[in-house]
Ligand binder design. Sequence first.
Ligand SMILES: Cc1ncc(COP(=O)(O)O)c(C=O)c1O
Length: 458
Amino acid sequence: MSDAALTNSSIVANYRDKTPTSARLAEEAGALLPSGIAHDSRYIEPYGIYVEHAKGPRKWDVDGNEYVDFFGGHGALLLGHNNDAVVAAIHEAMDQGSHFGSNHPREVRWASLVSEMIPSAERVRFTSSGTESTHMALRLARAATGRNGLARLKTHFHGWHDHMTSGYANHFDGSATPGVLESVAEQVVLLPPGDIEAAKRLLAENDDIAALFVEPTGGSFGMIPLSADYLAALRDITAQHGVMLIFDEVITGFRVSPGGAQGHYGITPDMTTLAKIIAGGLPGGAVVGRRDIMDALDFAAARADGKEKIAHPGTFNANPVSAAAGIAALEIIQSTDACDKANATCETIRQGMNRVLVDRGIAWSVYGTFSGFHIFMNTQGREIRPDAFNPFDIPFEELKTKNGDVANKLRLAMLVEGVDLMSWPGGLVSATHGQDDIDRTVAAFDKALAMLRDEGEI
Ligand SMILES: Cc1ncc(COP(=O)(O)O)c(C=O)c1O
């Protein structure tokens, strides 16, 4: 936002009034941390809130303000903040030691849960993050196929290692982003999402594609949605051409259903990348997949195949405390209706927010699938009905385009009203969000829109 916009906005002034301690901390942080933050999607102007504690669907900042939280630990917290069973498991593990530098019983139980729940998980290798998981999945795909190239879908996010930087937020032409080698970017082919003919053409013409990565419910958890038919067709054509189909289920895993998106759709990829919910709110991830592919990580199998094993160290792989949290979370998700509950609550939130848009005569829409919601801000001024909006009718570029200043102000106005939206803007709903959270969110959205209207933004 421009300096003038920051100075002249009553939304910004109200936000500053409510959050003086966050402002002071942000100033200190700005002297040390680039932009004062540790993750790009926490960037908000003039500064973000500093949170002290959280429980269930709520969190409280250092000024004592309470928020309905839709960040959900960047999606890690399907069970909400500080789930009692998860916290107890963490304490128990912590008391036994945070790192043994050895195998430990919890990693075996953790892997068996992952394998029971995720259909493609014949073998499991734990990592420390989603980025590490997609990095290893790509390497495994190259080792399995002997090919170099990587196909990805525009707008899909797979972490921040060198092969994954173009084409999710910018550089849609596939060019290298700062610090990435052109020679790496050249190995990446970006496909238009949802266009099966483009994918077919690529695989027919290019016999050097090792893997095709996809966020199975669409870029940013359905912001740019994909159909089940498209996923099924991808399964067919990748199998036909010997290309490894990799579902990046870092968000969707254990969220869409206990078996992730693949469990929901009944489509099994060759490999799957996991993180977030898998570790119950602590750092952790995994790459899982077909045994013959994953055998490239196995000392004996690689030796028997006469192949050099793929090396995979990682100080915090299968950390015992993360394993404990992961086991506790996955056991609950496996044995309860937590995913369905979050999905149903999110549908009610989408409907409630759309009613507000209809009542106020604003041609935006709140859409999404499963436990995610996205706010379409209609930058092209289309004639749409908020409650009858079909994102499949809209080009992906437009779904992705935000009016940054209005989105920033909307998020500030929602914070003033006690709701923390994700930067999409939108949110991820947990199984702990209930009727009171729904009501507060819908009422906050109504007030936030009134504030934006007062400032001439809509
Ligand atoms: C689909 C997807 N893949 C990969 C990642 C990267 O995971 P991490 O942040 O754990 O590195 C994310 C993170 O948001 C993600 O949403």
